[in-house]
Design a protein around this ligand. Structure first.
Ligand SMILES: [Zn+2]
Length: 346
């Protein structure tokens, strides 16, 4: 049996932990509904107990090489401390890595969750064997990660890749970061709901208003369901989303000129509703994309079994000239788990 590592995805609501072999096989995955509100020490205690249970269980089959932990925040890579996390109050300036290392008696690595997801997609997902890529994760906000020559590009102090706070509307909606008009205020799950609420409040979207009034959990998915049923207000919201994401992607392609840009996060299940507007906007705004776009930009894993299996990298040999590949993530919410587990194993 091969050696194995542990990947941890520490989210705002769930703590997920997986034992993954160094050749990429999932051995076991557990989800703990850990109450982050109970505080840092409680969460770390539950996490370490679960990791120890898993390592004990699989120790007989291979060597445990360490644990990688994806966290929603900015990390000081040298000290293993969290600098800042909106979702984890009370974790800042605490030696998270060292404390967990002592408890486990093994090597532990902290990584930003967006970076972990990119590493996962590079290892086993859409960006397999692609050395230069960026990942854009659409969720509550927009997460970003840049991989250059196979390694995360951190910038001066770990803050590179804040794609969500790129300005796309000079006089746009205020953002929690202090800026206004940030990309994540127009192209995230939160943004879809906000735009729908605004359309309802304007009194000009009666069908949306009707759907929202009978749906206690009026969500991005509700808006998507309306859009595919032909509701024009919902379609307009996804168009706005696609145009906004296209602006961001055009900027990223112009600046970075990478081989591949992987778009992940729960909202990609609505790909059909926003991708056409996104691709059109990218061609319009980015000369680099217009010059390097594949002939068929859809690149939808659902339409091509080879790509479902091998990721969009499956297309690469087909191109005699290099193309900019914009594609969906393949690992879903597990990308961060795989990526975190990859760190101690690589
Ligand atoms: Zn912002």
């Amino acid at each position: 049996m091969p050696d194995f590592s542990i990947g941890v995805d520490l989210g705002g609501t769930n703590l997920r932990i997986a034992a993954i072999s160094t050749d990429g096989q999932l051995l076991e995955k557990i989800t703990l509904g850990v109450k982050v509100a109970l505080g840092r020490d409680h969460v770390i205690g539950e996490m370490c107990d679960a990791i120890l249970r898993l390592t004990e269980q699989y120790r007989g089959s291979g060597r445990f090489v360490g644990a990688g932990i994806g966290v929603p925040g900015i990390i000081d890579m040298e000290t293993g401390m969290m600098r800042k996390s909106a979702n984890l109050p009370g974790w800042s300036d605490y030696p998270v890595r060292d404390v967990i290392e002592r408890r486990l008696g093994a090597r532990v690595f902290l990584e930003n969750d967006a970076n972990a997801a990119a590493l996962g997609e590079k290892w086993l997902g859409a960006a397999r064997d692609v050395d230069n890529m960026a990942m854009v994760t659409l969720g509550t906000g927009i997460g970003g990660a840049i991989i250059l020559n196979g390694k995360i590009f951190y910038g001066m102090n770990g803050m590179a890749g804040e794609f969500g706070h790129v300005t796309i509307e000079p006089n746009g909606v205020p953002c929690g970061c202090g800026n206004h008009g940030c990309a994540e205020r127009y192209a995230s799950a939160t943004a879809l709901v906000r735009m729908a609420r605004e359309a309802i409040d304007s009194g000009k979207a009666p069908a949306l208003a009707k759907a929202a009034s009978s749906d206690a959990e009026f969500s991005a998915r509700s808006i998507y369901n309306l859009a595919i049923q032909g509701n024009e207000d919902a379609q307009r919201i996804f168009h706005r989303f696609g145009v906004s994401l296209g602006m961001l992607m055009a900027d990223l392609v112009n600046v970075l000129n990478l081989d591949m840009f992987v778009i992940g996060g729960g909202v990609i299940s609505a790909w059909d509703a926003f991708a056409p507007s996104m691709f059109a906007e990218m061609r319009e705004r980015s000369l680099v994309y217009a010059a390097t776009a594949p002939d068929d930009p859809k690149l939808d894993p659902k339409n091509d079994p080879a790509v479902k299996k091998a990721g969009a990298a499956a297309w690469m040999p087909n191109y005699t000239r290099k193309k900019t590949i914009i594609t969906q993530a393949l690992l879903g919410s597990d990308a961060g788990l795989y990526g975190a587990a990859r760190i101690p194993a690589s």
